[in-house]
Design a protein around this ligand. Sequence first.
Ligand code: HEC
Ligand code: HEC
Ligand code: HEC
Ligand code: HEC
Ligand code: HEC
Ligand code: HEC
Ligand code: HEC
Ligand code: HEC
Ligand code: HEC
Ligand code: HEC
Length: 592
Amino acid sequence: MKVLLVTQTRNKKGQAASTEQTLVTDILRIGRGTDCKLFLPDPRIALHHAVIRSAVDGACYIEAETGTVNVEGSFERAAKLRENQRILIGPYEMLVLPDRKDFDLVLCVELIEPLREGVDEVRSHVKAGLQNTWLSKRIFSWSLFAIVLAVFLGWPVLSAMNQPPPEQRKEAVKAASVTPDASWDVGPLASAHASFGRDCNSCHQQPFVQVKNDACESCHKTIGWHFPLKTPVAKEIHNTIFPDTRCASCHRDHKGPNGLVRTDATLCTDCHQDLKSRHPKIGTANISDFTKNHPGFMLSILQPGKTGEGAIVRVPQDDKAKPREASGLKFPHDIHLSKKGIRGPDGKVNMECANCHVRDEAGIRFKPVTMKDNCQNCHSLEFEPKVTSRQVPHGKIADVVDTLNEFYAQAALADTPIDVVVEAGIRRPGERMSETKRQAALTWATEKAGKIAKDLFEDRVCFVCHQITPVAAAENKPATWQIAPVAVTQHWLPKSRFPHSQHNTFECSKCHQVTDSKVSADIAIPDIKNCRECHGGNEPAKDKARGTCETCHGFHTGSHKAGVPAIVPGSNMPKPALKQVSSDAPGGGAKQ
Ligand code: HEC
Ligand code: HEC
Ligand code: HEC
Ligand code: HEC
Ligand code: HEC
Ligand code: HEC
Ligand code: HEC
Ligand code: HEC
Ligand code: HEC
Ligand code: HEC
């Protein structure tokens, strides 16, 4: 059987278009199944709906495979096909066209009830639907879009662009239960920042612009860069190695309570192990591990009499350089720490380190040793053996000289029956003094004061601890003395941290050999070999304390972890808070 199949379709305006197809088959099966020659893809058609076959009489017959077919309005199980006959198969209409040459049958098929109309019919039975409201689908989606845009983009952007001054802004943020930019939050901020985190503008100063360093530095005013940028070379090195570095490149924030500070072990060594190759002017050695190639320490020693940065000299702590400390003060540890004890005002005492070296509040270092607190008890500043209640002030030469002049003049003139006056043989008690005698008394007093001063400055009291040089009399100026300035170094290793509090369990003598030291010029600060006895390197080692770079160093100058910068006399450097920080604890906090 050879069938010509004309498939008719219509566009939206109802204009017809048709395609023709030749089917050669014994049986023309009609249905939704893929094995059907006349394939009608519609859910309302059965898989095998009907078949057409030619009979021995030469005519063609249609037979329903399931149910019936609608032939010219009547439902039949089978029917003979005739010209111009209309057969409905589900939503399709099949028209038998007049025979054509070479074909046994010519059929025209058209979908006359497309599926949509069926669905619409179903929908018409359902009450709720967008078309039942005043909204059209399009208006609805556009308005939804506009609302989302306004709430999540417009509001935040507008509020970011029209900011009140910072103080008002902070208040407003505190008061508001929802802030405009809350929906843009990308994750919880570090706990240190959580308290003001809702005020996004404190870091994100401008919308759609990356966080700028200025924003961070507006609060973190004292945090410095990685090394001091005081010389042009240091600046040049910095600009080569940290070009346009943003704080946020290391402190990304929004990474949870402890996510702000980088703790990756290789942060330091990645750069420091081949530091020298990064800039020709870098003098610092390549360092990859504390136990392997960390250079010996440099001691920072104060120069008495100098102020500002020039007051510190850095000297390598090795046997060749043999650094000495010229503090201007005389002090032998050995006499004072003698096992036999030393004479005090109330007999012999055995002194300990703690008699003179008292912990500071943070336990990191020791309070400066002072004459008043640590020495004067034994080294009194009495000057007149017969008057033990009077001492000269501990201070300027001129004040000492004034005190002496005043004391002896008073003794000579006033009505005080003390031996000195008798010794001078000038006046008897109760006797009125003549002018000649008065002048003689004053001359005696001046001479006596001068003699005592010379004694204090050149032989006894002050001389014991200070280096004092006589200054000859000059025009209009009497002879006097000069005391060498005193500057006792306290920050020997300012580029690293060293908390005494974390070495409490060790004897002082484990690190400081002072009991045989005869002069204050001796230095008893432990060297790198001492640290290596207990501290390991990058890898955790058995029987060793931690020794990664950040055990002893921080990244920023001015950070608590980086050690406290040396306090220099006369510099206007802010004195950093001596806060105890362990590198285990997440951060020591910012100074504001
Ligand atoms: C303490 C400072 C700080 C505060 C406060 C802050 N952020 Fe951030 N935010 C950052 C930093 C740092 C980045 C890292 C982006 C960069 O490289 O500039 C960042 C990144 C983002 C990003 C981009 C995400 C990405 O991966 O780059 C969005 C969005 C953002 N913050 C939203 C907010 C919102 C919203 C708030 C207020 C609820 C807020 N931030 C408060 C510091 C802050
Ligand atoms: C190359 C990475 C890097 C960059 C860039 C960087 N930091 Fe740091 N920062 C660190 C590391 C590592 C620490 C932890 C060690 C320390 O405290 O020095 C730290 C610690 C801090 C601390 C805590 C200090 C303390 O005393 O507890 C603050 C505050 C800080 N950084 C602020 C900043 C600011 C502000 C900037 C930008 C001007 C910045 N950082 C740029 C790596 C970096
Ligand atoms: C991107 C490279 C880089 C990284 C990362 C880096 N440093 Fe440095 N560091 C330098 C440079 C450059 C110098 C200056 C050397 C010079 O001037 O000779 C320096 C100097 C130092 C100094 C001497 C500081 C001073 O005051 O003179 C110490 C200590 C130090 N780094 C330790 C660290 C530690 C600890 C880390 C990890 C937290 C670290 N560095 C990460 C490049 C880096
Ligand atoms: C009588 C007071 C006194 C006693 C006791 C004393 N010191 Fe000192 N110490 C000083 C004075 C004063 C200086 C400053 C000397 C100078 O450099 O001018 C000093 C300096 C130091 C220094 C730093 C300078 C250096 O020599 O390296 C160390 C370390 C030190 N003492 C350790 C000790 C130890 C450890 C003990 C106990 C075994 C101890 N001292 C006992 C008064 C004392
Ligand atoms: C417990 C009492 C006592 C205290 C406290 C004390 N000294 Fe002495 N000091 C002595 C005695 C006693 C001598 C004399 C020892 C001798 O000559 O045998 C002496 C001697 C000295 C000498 C001279 C040593 C010499 O070679 O002749 C100096 C310098 C000195 N002390 C400095 C200090 C300083 C500085 C302090 C305070 C940090 C101090 N002393 C605290 C008792 C003390
Ligand atoms: C037992 C030792 C001792 C004796 C004695 C002593 N001093 Fe001092 N002097 C010190 C110490 C320790 C310091 C540094 C700490 C301080 O100021 O207390 C000092 C500091 C000074 C300073 C400040 C120096 C500077 O550059 O800052 C002057 C000035 C001074 N003494 C004068 C005197 C005079 C004058 C006498 C005698 C009357 C005297 N001292 C006796 C121990 C002594
Ligand atoms: C594990 C080794 C170690 C032990 C133990 C130790 N120190 Fe130190 N000490 C140091 C180092 C390192 C420095 C230099 C620190 C610096 O400059 O930051 C120092 C510095 C000092 C200084 C001079 C700086 C200052 O703050 O005045 C004194 C004094 C001192 N130590 C006394 C003591 C006394 C007292 C003890 C015992 C209670 C002691 N040390 C135990 C290692 C040690
Ligand atoms: C006698 C052994 C010993 C010696 C010597 C010693 N340390 Fe330590 N150090 C320790 C121990 C133990 C700890 C505590 C380790 C810990 O808490 O993880 C420690 C802790 C520290 C810390 C604090 C680490 C932190 O996590 O906060 C620093 C910094 C440090 N040492 C530096 C030094 C330096 C610098 C030297 C040499 C001058 C030195 N230590 C010598 C045993 C020693
Ligand atoms: C046990 C403590 C400790 C460890 C661990 C440690 N350092 Fe140091 N480092 C010091 C001390 C102490 C100094 C001398 C400080 C000074 O000069 O004021 C120092 C000095 C430095 C200097 C300055 C050298 C100079 O003379 O300018 C650099 C750079 C440095 N260390 C880098 C590192 C690096 C990188 C690591 C990790 C591989 C590291 N350190 C590990 C204690 C340590
Ligand atoms: C409104 C002020 C403010 C701004 C802006 C700010 N911070 Fe902080 N930051 C703080 C305070 C407050 C702390 C906690 C101080 C403390 O713990 O002592 C802190 C702590 C830190 C710490 C130490 C956290 C820790 O866990 O150790 C780092 C690192 C830090 N800030 C970096 C930054 C960076 C990077 C920026 C810029 C993106 C920034 N901060 C912006 C106020 C601010």
